[in-house]
Ligand binder design. Structure first.
Ligand code: HEC
Length: 196
């Protein structure tokens, strides 16, 4: 009996330390986020209108579970993007209560890759002068600050058809996507609205 208890506690200890190591590895990966952490949006996994990933590829399944369910708390390491230049990354629990541990990023992207232009928790403002947190915190609590449509956030001035074209023309992707006539018309509209 004593032997069994010893064995059991050894197994518990070992799995706990494996869990602890795992957490440290994830924390390291999150702490080392830099320009190279971001790639072509189409290399991520599409869920409805947006793309998800996890900084630790072994945890992508956990992120996908929440994204596909359409509600719930995203696990640490989750990366979410609607357009190539704006990103949310989930830090470990307790990092920032006000943002539900999300860090917001605005990137500059071109053929060469991504450059982090601004990053942070509460004070990140996008190129239209909007504070990320101000909008995203209006999502009802069960959506963990993910806005999509109808979650309670203030709307953005781009339609789902426009975001689809922006995603398809991410300049970081190796194969350039050829737009069809309808998409070309939308791209023109985007250019008129936002320049570039
Ligand atoms: C004016 C309000 C507003 C501001 C400011 C804003 N967002 Fe959003 N964001 C939205 C809305 C609304 C959506 C959903 C749009 C859709 O699905 O069509 C969205 C979508 C997203 C998504 C995809 C996941 C989701 O929530 O649906 C990410 C990631 C994101 N925004 C990041 C950012 C970042 C980073 C910033 C700041 C640099 C930012 N946003 C600023 C309103 C805003």
């Amino acid at each position: 009996m004593k032997k069994i208890i010893m064995l059991l506690s050894l197994v518990v200890c070992m799995s706990f330390s494996a869990f602890a190591n795992d957490q440290v590895a994830l924390k390291d990966k999150i702490e080392n986020i830099d320009d190279a952490s971001f790639q072509c949006i189409k290399s991520m996994t599409k869920v409805r209108g947006f793309y998800v990933d996890n900084i630790d590829s072994e945890r992508l399944d956990e992120t996908l579970l929440v994204a596909q369910a359409g509600k719930g708390e995203y696990p640490a390491g989750s990366i979410i993007q609607l357009v190539p230049t704006e990103v949310m990354i989930k830090h470990p629990k307790g990092t920032n209560d006000k943002t539900n541990d999300w860090e917001f990023f605005e990137l500059k992207v071109d053929k060469q890759g991504s450059k982090i232009h601004v990053r942070g928790f509460e004070n990140v403002v996008n190129k239209f002068g909007g504070n990320c947190l101000d909008c995203h915190q209006k999502a009802k609590p069960e959506f963990d600050m993910v806005c999509e449509q109808g979650h309670g956030c203030d709307p953005i001035p781009i339609t789902p058809a426009m975001t689809a074209v922006i995603q398809k023309t991410d300049p970081r992707c190796e194969v350039n996507y050829t737009l069809n006539a309808e998409e070309m018309a939308i791209a023109k509209q985007l250019k008129a609205l936002f320049g570039g």
